[in-house]
Design a protein. Structure first.
Ligand code: AP5
Ligand code: MG
Length: 225
């Protein structure tokens, strides 16, 4: 299936709850390139109690953004790793214009010319419903929905038996804050990618499988630049 896609450098973009993580995991398994989620990296740092984690915890729990310099440094380190040499799926970065411009420079340093930004789109009511129903496995980070995934707060992870928990920042008040931050700081980045001609818009409604099918279809037909 990998030969179908025109690029192995893909960015998932969109508001909280739109399905970036779900789709990035599906595509990563299909294409065989790593899924790099800045949110997951930060949450691991928090769980491990590293200096980055201690700094990031309050920011994440409040629904704010971690400062650009920290995020750019973090992503630079990850993208220079050998694991990312054959491609990657970035999820949750960039989230501000300075991050986007820093990423352009970083991709140039890495001699990566072709990349595509997949913007997922879903209405706000659905985003809030999805986040209110999300559970994640504490052990392997898999994402489930109480609405469609046949799990509830007491279920073990169907895959590894780990504990399923609600993310701290999925409380309704914090979700609303994250959505405001998205509209103010992150959505403007779309214009930048539009101007670079790398933006692919995909309707995020429908089942995860339907959306995955549409993404692979579009990435097979879109010329990467
Ligand atoms: P991050 O973890 O990236 O959170 P986010 O962008 O807010 O996005 P989410 O992970 O909440 O949603 P998602 O789009 O991945 O949806 P999912 O697939 O889980 O970042 C968290 C925090 O870290 C930020 O707030 C910030 O503080 C910090 N941070 C991270 N990166 C940063 C950066 N670059 N700069 C500064 N700070 C940064 O799906 C959601 C739910 O919907 C699940 O239950 C899923 O099962 C369900 N679902 C998925 N697809 C479907 C479907 N098609 N139909 C029905 N349900 C579906
Ligand atoms: Mg996510």
């Amino acid at each position: 299936m990998t030969e179908e896609l025109t690029t192995r450098h893909i960015l998932f973009f969109g508001p909280p709850g739109v399905g970036k993580g779900t789709q990035a995991k599906m595509l990563s398994a299909r294409v065989g390139v790593p899924h790099i989620s800045t949110g997951d990296i930060l949450r691991s740092a928090v769980a491990e109690g590293t200096p980055l984690g201690s700094r990031a915890k309050e920011i994440i729990d409040a629904g704010h953004l971690v400062p650009d310099d920290i995020m750019v440094e973090l992503v630079r380190d990850v993208l220079w790793k050998p694991e990312a040499k054959s491609g990657f799926i970035l999820d949750g970065f960039p989230r501000t214009l300075p991050q986007a411009k820093a990423l352009t420079a970083l991709l140039a340093d890495l001699h990566i010319n072709g990349f595509v930004v997949v913007e997922l789109d879903v209405d706000e009511e659905e985003l809030i419903r999805r986040l209110g129903n999300r559970l994640v496995c504490e052990n392997d980070g898999r994402i489930y929905s109480m609405e469609t995934g046949g799990v509830d707060g007491g279920s073990p992870c169907p895959d590894c038996g780990g504990r399923l928990v609600q993310r701290e920042d999925d409380r309704e008040e914090t979700v609303r804050k994250r959505l405001r931050v998205y509209h103010q700081a992150t959505a403007p980045v779309l214009e930048y990618y539009q101007s670079l001609g790398v933006l692919v818009r995909v309707d995020g409604r429908g089942t995860a499988e339907t959306v995955h099918g549409e993404i692979t279809r579009r990435l097979s037909g879109e010329a990467a630049r």
